[in-house]
Design a protein around this ligand. Structure first.
Ligand code: NAP
Length: 269
């Protein structure tokens, strides 16, 4: 974004969140995975030095939660060390860094987590993302780490699309009713980033309002859904029972049900 002399760089620009960030920051320099691999420290530093942004927004990550269990090395390279390389480069040129982390840094044994709660991941994805947070904090002071959860957006594979597809393919769709979180629309989040950039450095918890189970979320999307337990639907990576991020630092965003209506309009437009 160029406002006066402010130059923004978006990394991971073709992902689900990255694509909406590109809409909110149309003037930003945008780099896709093909254009910059964040695991290559030298390239990251060279590239950021050449572009000389004032703000770097990193939306790049390895986000396949079950895939991370099999590809731990890749998970740590992309989600752990990659953000550290970006932070190092930002620190060299004096740029602010905005980065996204996850509710999955917590174990889900408590009903809600505030920004200062101590993380305790229970899967490789969560460990790798926590490593990324720590590498950023080690390398730069001027960071905003935004922990987010249960994203849906028109530019990526997401739960809403999975439900719509399964609903067409099956008579009834079983969805777990014992994992709770806060669904979040990537467009709302991308708009909120503008505000967070202006706030103090630190960790932020940003989601749409409203807590639900995956089953309750699905019930707002399709009609032929029935509840089941996590035991009935085993996955490779363990999931936290409560993935509820409490935002104690900024104005709350709207309820996910309102956001979902806009998402459905946008995808059908
Ligand atoms: N989705 C969720 O529900 C959720 C929940 C909590 C937190 N988050 C966090 O939110 C952020 C955005 O997630 P998202 O859902 O938008 O993810 P996404 O759609 O999977 O996008 C991630 C992007 O990162 C790129 N990428 C992967 N490896 C890379 C590398 N080595 N170098 C550069 N780019 C690379 C991917 O490119 P390719 O596809 O070409 O590999 C993709 O464009 C991530 O930090 C994620 O951890 C997501």
């Amino acid at each position: 974004m160029v406002v006066g002399t402010i130059k923004t760089l978006i990394i991971g620009a073709s992902g689900m969140l990255g694509s909406d960030l590109c809409k909110v920051f149309p003037e930003a320099v945008k780099l896709t995975h093909k254009e910059l691999d964040i695991t290559n420290r030298e390239n990251v530093i060279d590239c950021i030095r050449k572009i000389k942004p004032d703000i770097v927004v990193n939306a790049a990550a390895y986000t396949d939660v079950d895939g991370c269990e099999d590809r731990q090395e890749l998970a740590f390279q992309v989600n752990g060390y990659g953000p550290g390389h970006i932070a190092e480069a930002c620190s060299i040129i004096g740029a602010k860094l905005v980065h996204f982390s996850t509710d999955y840094v917590f174990d889900g044994s408590r009903k809600e987590y505030v920004e200062s709660d101590v993380p305790n991941p229970i899967n490789v994805y969560g460990y790798s993302k926590l490593h990324g947070e720590n590498k950023i904090i080690e390398n730069i002071d001027d960071y905003r780490i935004i922990r987010i959860s249960w994203l849906f957006g028109v530019h990526g594979k997401n739960f809403v699309e999975t439900m719509l597809r399964l609903s067409r393919e099956m008579d009834t769709v079983k969805v777990v009713n014992d994992q709770f979180g806060k669904p979040t629309y990537t467009m709302d989040l991308a708009n909120k980033v503008k505000e967070i950039i202006e706030l103090d450095p630190g960790i932020y918890h940003i989601t749409n309002e409203g807590i639900c189970s995956w089953y309750e979320f699905a019930s707002d999307i399709i009609d032929n859904v029935i509840p089941c337990t996590s035991e009935e639907f085993p996955r490779k990576a363990k999931r936290p029972r409560y993935s509820v991020l409490a935002n104690t630092k900024t104005e709350p965003m709207r309820h996910w049900k309102e956001a979902l209506k806009d998402y459905l309009k946008e995808r059908n437009a």
